[in-house]
Write a protein that binds this ligand. Structure first.
Ligand code: SAM
Length: 272
């Protein structure tokens, strides 16, 4: 277990610096850090995630766990409280600032940097690497996603597992190009999500337009989604094979109406 929180900066990584002109890859932390814990505390089953990851770490001999895109520690902190040796990586100073201020943060090893280059940030030999709540799709090109998987394959120990939680996109992609919906309607706040979909690139560029008495705040974001089969293909290209896929962290079965999946990959030599 790490005794101290060590935040190591990777200055080459895009982070919360002022953008020059229109942002090409929106900084998730800049857009959402101030509301993240209020809006997204309950987006997924934390208890089940912790149980599942702890079980996989034990099965691999009890080694270290790495969360890609650790954010404000919604999952990493309870995992660490469970007694696991947890490292978290995030590109956003704002998100890591939220994490650092929370009780228990000192027990984590926290690194700032790009998960597409995770291999350059950590020592090898993780029992479990996981990326939750669609965070893998924050890598907004296929190339970045492939680079990330390649790096993950290198840092996993031979008995280790890589787990990804992500939504299941329509296949073939929906043809809807633009959409508008109210995501929060409160007496003193209206949040409207406007999205632009590029089915060819599999990207969705969005704005959460946050309207309060204080004014209007734009919260931009972009994702590059991939179907489960496409993730399987990218993973197998770097020697990671699908070991199990479920509809949630409690190993719910996949059905025709499954909205999101939890998929576990293992090094291909582990299956031979
Ligand atoms: C949706 S939040 C999820 C946070 C946390 N995993 C959770 O489940 O609550 C996505 C996080 O990924 C981080 N992120 C986005 N792109 C990243 C990248 N290329 N490398 C590392 N972190 C990234 C964001 O800063 C943000 O904290």
């Amino acid at each position: 277990m790490s005794e101290t929180t060590s935040v190591i900066s990777d200055d080459s990584a895009a982070s919360d610096s002022e953008p020059s002109g229109a942002p090409s890859a929106p900084d998730y932390g800049r857009s959402f850090a101030d509301v993240y814990d209020e809006w997204y505390a309950d987006v997924s089953d934390v208890e089940a995630t912790v149980e599942h990851v702890a079980e996989l770490a034990a099965a691999a001999g009890g080694g270290r766990v790495l969360e890609l895109g650790v954010g404000s520690g919604r999952l990493a902190l309870p995992l660490s409280a469970r007694g696991l040796d947890v490292t978290g990586i995030d590109i956003s100073d704002s998100m890591l600032g939220l994490l650092a201020a929370k009780p228990g943060a000192a027990a984590l090893t926290v690194l700032r940097g790009d998960m597409a280059e995770v291999e350059t940030l950590v020592d090898h030999g993780f029992a479990v690497v996981f990326v939750a709540f669609n965070t893998f799709f924050n890598l907004d090109s296929e190339q970045q996603q492939r680079r990330c998987l390649e790096a993950v394959a290198r840092i996993l120990e031979p008995r280790g597992s890589f787990v990804i939680e992500a939504f299941v996109p329509a296949d073939p992609p929906e043809r809807i190009e633009r959409d508008l919906s109210a995501t929060r309607v409160e007496l003193d706040r209206l949040v409207i999500a406007a999205t632009e979909h590029d089915p060819g690139a599999q990207t969705i560029t969005g704005q959460h337009v946050d309207i309060t008495e204080a004014g209007v705040r734009l919260r931009p974001w972009r994702i590059r989604y991939a179907t489960p089969v496409q993730i399987d293909d990218m993973a197998s290209n770097v020697g990671l094979v699908l070991a199990e896929r479920h509809a949630g962290w409690r190993r719910e079965p996949i059905t025709a109406s499954t909205m999101s999946h939890v998929s576990r990959y293992v090094p291909s030599e582990a299956t031979t």
